[in-house]
Ligand binder design. Structure first.
Ligand SMILES: [Fe+2]
Length: 201
């Protein structure tokens, strides 16, 4: 019977200096809702107002992003493949927006919302059922969420511009508003009447 190769014998034990200390005491260094001072040439009240507004847009955008994934997975019907792909494309664009908005909050010295339970508390987008809805309902939910974000983002952009925060104004208009407007067009066109499933000649 072949002899199994034996592992090299352990010699000296690792020293204490090599042993990671996993018993870390958790420590928060910036409470949520506070503002860090940064030399941005912007008044703290302007930055605070932008941080609040951006966190609202962030919570709603994260919710819309996830709504896109839900409907990407739960799509059905004659246009399944087309919508399955389109909704994933929109999901990706919303995910990019999420990162831009969150990083703008941090740039201003604030703290961005991040975790699902906090997002669920903050968002104004109605929670959909866990179950699968028909295609017009899925699309209508997406359009409703887009409109809610668009109305809020335009007002927030104007307020930021008035307060001298043109960087936030630019992000909200150039990225958030434009992306949402384009996605509304693509989704809304799918709600035009077609003969695909109505059995007409
Ligand atoms: Fe997928």
């Amino acid at each position: 019977m072949a002899k199994k190769p034996s592992a090299a014998p352990m010699t000296d034990a690792a020293t204490d200096a090599a042993q990671p200390n996993y018993k870390i005491e958790y420590r928060e260094i910036q409470p949520f809702g506070t503002l860090k001072d940064l030399p941005l040439g912007l008044e703290s009240n302007a930055r605070a107002a932008s941080v609040d507004a951006l966190n609202q847009v962030l919570a709603d955008t994260m919710t819309l992003r996830d709504l896109y994934k839900k409907h990407h997975w739960q799509m059905s019907g004659a246009t399944f493949y087309q919508l399955h792909l389109l909704l994933d494309k929109h999901y990706e664009a919303q995910a990019e927006l999420v990162d831009s908005i969150a990083e703008r909050v941090m740039t201003l010295g604030g703290l961005s919302l991040a975790m699902a339970p906090d997002v669920a508390d903050a968002t104004r987008i109605p929670r959909p059922p866990k179950g699968r809805e028909d295609v017009p309902t899925q699309l209508a939910r997406l359009l409703e969420a887009h409109e809610l974000i668009l109305r809020y983002a335009r007002d927030a952009a104007e307020a930021a511009a008035d307060a001298g925060d043109s960087g936030t104004d630019d992000l909200l208009i150039s990225e958030v508003v434009r992306t949402n407007e384009l996605q509304v067009w693509f989704i809304a066109e799918h709600l035009a009447e077609t003969n695909l499933t109505r059995g007409q000649a």
